[in-house]
Design a protein around this ligand. Structure first.
Ligand code: SF4
Length: 302
């Protein structure tokens, strides 16, 4: 049993001699374009034609800015012809050519975050994230309730769409594994600022209404932050207590210095006796001032 690969090998068309010999004819066709020098001949291969009437010669294209490109010259000859003619000349990227990425339709290129102010981004016709919504009834009471619970719109999110959204939110920056949530002690599910979503997503997601936290973002019920409504900070001085502590168990008791007392006459005399002559002279100044006084009178010594 033959495989597709075997068939391709067997079916490889051969180039007729008249076409294989048309190398210079093909080169002249490229030169005639006036696009610059033409590189060496790279080969020839037959085109898939049942009569073998066409083949393509390839030449290196020495064009500025087209590294790795080749000139492809298609030559043709009728089954009974003895000379070939040029059918087409075109530059094509070779195996090593520098080419742009494979083209993608714009709707496949758009990524999250690309949508800017004023941009329009209609969903694809068969968007799997959307399914037809229920039609509004003629009963105003029913319509009011239907709109409140999400009915009455032309299309609503499909189950797949909601599961995709839930997965993104769970794994995103407002999910339970986010750094802020891991460090928090209380979860959003118990927070007064937590506004649960409607519908099936209500079980796990809500919107944070705290302008100082994740305001307006969808948060997981196990997400959390330090601005939880039950957050309590212990009262007390902001200054570390250790800076205010005074250790009074190790006091150094120091006797205050005694104030000098006026000397008694006897004590003054004793001091005069012990004093050096100069010091005694200073102490005897009152006696000197009293020039009439006798030394015995100035210094009563018993
Ligand atoms: S304030 Fe914090 S804990 Fe409360 S809902 Fe917002 S993010 Fe969650």
């Amino acid at each position: 049993m033959s495989t597709t690969e075997d068939t391709a090998q067997v079916a490889e068309p051969t180039v007729r001699p008249v076409l294989a010999a048309a190398v210079e004819l093909a080169r002249a066709a490229v030169v005639e374009l006036g696009q610059g020098p033409v590189g060496p001949h790279l080969g020839v291969h037959a085109e898939p034609d049942p009569d073998g009437a066409a083949a393509t010669h390839r030449f290196a294209a020495e064009l500025a800015g087209y590294r790795g490109w080749e000139w492809a010259v298609v030559v043709a000859a009728a089954p009974d012809a003895t000379a070939a003619t040029v059918s087409e000349v075109v530059a094509l990227p070779g195996a090593d050519a520098l080419v742009s990425p494979t083209w993608l339709p714009w709707e496949e290129r758009v990524r999250a975050g690309d949508l800017g102010p004023g941009d329009l981004l209609p969903p694809p016709v068969d968007d799997p994230r959307l399914v037809p919504g229920y039609l509004a009834s003629d009963d105003p009471a029913v319509e009011e309730v239907a709109l409140e619970v999400g009915l009455g719109r032309r299309r609503v999110m499909s189950r797949d769409g909601r599961l995709d959204a839930a997965e993104r939110w769970f794994e995103g920056t407002s999910g339970p594994a986010a750094d802020v949530a891991v460090a928090a002690t209380l979860p959003c599910g118990t927070c007064g600022f937590y506004l649960p979503l409607a519908g099936s997503l209500r079980a796990a997601f809500g919107v944070c209404g705290n302008e100082l936290a994740a305001d307006g973002r969808v948060v997981h019920t196990e997400y959390g932050c330090g601005a939880h409504s039950d957050t309590v900070v212990a009262d007390g001085a902001a200054t570390p207590v250790t800076e205010l502590v005074r250790d009074d168990s190790q006091l150094d008791l120091v006797e205050p210095a005694a104030a000098p007392q006026p000397a008694e006459p006897d004590q003054a005399a004793e001091l005069d006796q012990a004093a050096e002559p100069d010091q005694a002279a200073e102490l005897d100044q009152p006696a000197e001032l009293d020039e009439a006084a006798e030394p015995d009178e100035a210094v009563p010594v018993e």
